[in-house]
Design a protein around this ligand. Sequence first.
Ligand SMILES: [Zn+2]
Length: 103
Amino acid sequence: MYQTKTMEKFKMMECPQCTNPMPVKRRQLGYHVCVNCSTESAKRGIPVMRGTGDHTWVDLEVMTQEQFERYEEMENKTKSEIRPNKQDKDNLQGPFTIVETDN
Ligand SMILES: [Zn+2]
């Protein structure tokens, strides 16, 4: 009886990501991939501000390391795009001012 339990403890399965053998016990602990894969793509939680005005709340976005890097890249791009957007608004006001000076 105890022998089968020991067998189960060392039972191996295929890692769904890299197909290397991983212990079934690991799956039972809540990990879906082997040690190598789980360290490579560690989950990151990023606090994200949602809503507008008074209705804002902080959400926790859970993503893999890969997604996190892409997110950071996007964040940096968005930040640099904020200034041109403000200039667009100024440009919208521009024609009105020009019409006034033309008169
Ligand atoms: Zn793996």
